[in-house]
Write a protein that binds this ligand. Structure first.
Ligand code: HAM
Length: 444
């Protein structure tokens, strides 16, 4: 490794003021070479949303902090440790959204969407922020897309959400064997009360295996505890009470119907009785989607969701059942790469436009506009005069045809079309060049 230069009298060491700005920890730039995955996934999301009748919604990245404290829950990791929240200059407590469901619910209430035909189906896509400890699969700035359906409590809605989530995975190019859908029901609030009591007693009896931080959760939020310790220390906690045994008849029947529909549609799933989710607003059906073989690691889930029947009322709306799910783009794309999913890029016809001489440059600028309007992607370097260097650039860009315009071609009303593979050049009438290149690309 090169040694760091020490400061000398005439060469001071770089101070932090002089050093270049750098990316914040846990954040990522999405460079041009990555964009094909993002475009692909965005196209899949839009297509599926259209097919299932979901309309796009955009909500602001900055929201009142209290929105997430009340919905996601004060005792959750997200709210207690991971919010980018601050008091702005006007004295308002605001935060960068750590998820989007709560914002959708706020918008549903604020815009009186309960008066729309129910259920209201919306989808979204955008950045989210959680001040997590950065590690593989855990970013501080990441992106989600999600689907929410508000205003219906029937089990068919839950099953259809799971079906849509599965179809997004398939449409994106994953195979059924690439991912696993885990499902569970955490019941309604009534069935959960007794269960939470039972769970607290259980963890009290296992106190010696818990860290001081975990012990605090025994009474505050034992379900979260279940989620974290069951994954890592199954051997110690595998006799923990299961919520499914405490569901009241209504919750049980609801869940049974969801599973019956999934079975009838031949959607494979794994019933995980300890799946509880890390956000407080969930009721009844919950689910998570994992890369196959990585179900043990919570930071590998590519998507997750469930019902949140109490959330709209909790945030000041009329009692309205709802459910949804969200996927993380970064984790989804990592899985597409891991499974070597081929992304078909929809590229417009491409051509390089080279010119030699002042007059030719003007003609080339005009031809650029003609090509652009006719749907071509045109590469050029109008600031270069040497044909050799323009052809070298065309070669690097791997375009099949280069259009060359020189003084003679301007006078003749023609252009040269060069096949970059064979090096053969052909004279083509200026007016006919777009048709000619289109024809050549089609027979290629
Ligand atoms: P979530 O499980 O917190 O649920 O996040 C959903 C997805 O976002 C995860 O499955 C994961 O792919 C991605 N994700 C979460 N945290 C990170 C991170 N730190 N770095 C990278 N990716 C991450 C929700 O956010 C709920 N709003 C989902 C929902 C919608 N439930 C009902 N409707």
């Amino acid at each position: 490794m090169p040694k760091k230069k020490k400061s000398t009298a005439d060469q001071p060491a770089k101070t932090s003021l002089q050093s270049s700005p750098h990316l914040l920890r846990g954040f990522k730039d999405i460079l041009p070479k990555e964009q094909k995955y993002w475009n692909h996934l965005e196209r899949v999301v839009e297509k599926i949303a259209f097919q299932y009748g979901y309309k796009r919604i955009e909500t602001p990245i900055l929201e009142e902090t209290s929105l997430f404290v009340r919905s996601v829950g004060k005792e959750t990791d997200i709210v207690s440790k991971e919010m980018f929240s601050f008091v702005d200059k006007g004295g308002e407590n605001v935060c960068l959204r750590p998820e989007i469901t709560a914002s959708v619910v706020r918008a549903y209430i604020e815009h009186g969407m309960h008066t729309y035909p129910q259920p209201v189906r919306v989808y979204y896509s955008g950045p989210v922020f959680r001040r997590e400890k950065p590690q593989s699969g855990r970013l501080r700035g990441f992106h989600q897309f999600g689907f929410e359906v508000l205003g219906n409590d029937r089990p068919v809605v839950d099953a259809q959400l799971i079906l849509i989530a599965r179809n997004i995975c398939l449409e994106a190019g994953l195979r059924l064997q690439d991912f696993v859908i885990q499902v569970n029901s955490i019941g309604d609030l009534a069935s959960r009360e007794e269960y939470l009591h039972e769970l607290s007693s259980y963890f009290k009896s296992k106190k010696k295996y818990l860290s001081p931080e975990e012990r605090k959760r025994i009474t505050k939020n034992p379900m979260r505890l279940l989620d974290s310790v069951m994954r890592d220390r199954k051997d110690i906690f595998d006799d923990a009470p299961q919520i499914l045994d405490w569901l009241n008849d209504e919750s049980k029947n609801h869940f049974m119907e969801v599973l019956e529909i999934l079975d009838a549609l031949e959607i494979s799933y794994v019933l995980n009785p300890y799946l509880v989710r890390g956000l407080d607003y969930y009721t009844r059906t919950v689910f998570e989607i994992y890369p196959a073989g990585k179900e043990e690691f919570s930071q590998s889930a590519i998507g997750a969701g469930g019902r949140y029947d109490g959330l709209i009322e909790l945030l000041g709306g009329d009692p309205t059942p709802a459910g949804g799910f969200a996927f993380g783009y970064e984790r989804f794309i990592a899985l597409l790469k891991d499974r070597e999913v081929k992304i078909r890029e929809r590229k417009p016809p491409q051509v390089y436009l080279a010119q030699i001489g002042k007059q030719a440059k003007i003609q080339a600028l005009k031809l650029f506009e003609k090509l652009r309007k006719e749907g071509f992607a045109v590469y050029e370097n109008f600031s270069k005069d040497s044909l050799k260097s323009q052809l070298e650039q065309a070669d690097k860009l791997e375009v099949r045809y280069t259009i060359i315009i020189g003084q003679k071609e301007v006078l003749d009303g023609t252009v040269l079309v060069r096949d970059m593979e064979s090096g053969v050049q052909e004279i083509v009438n200026y007016e006919k060049v777009t048709d000619e290149i289109r024809r050549k690309l089609a027979v290629k």
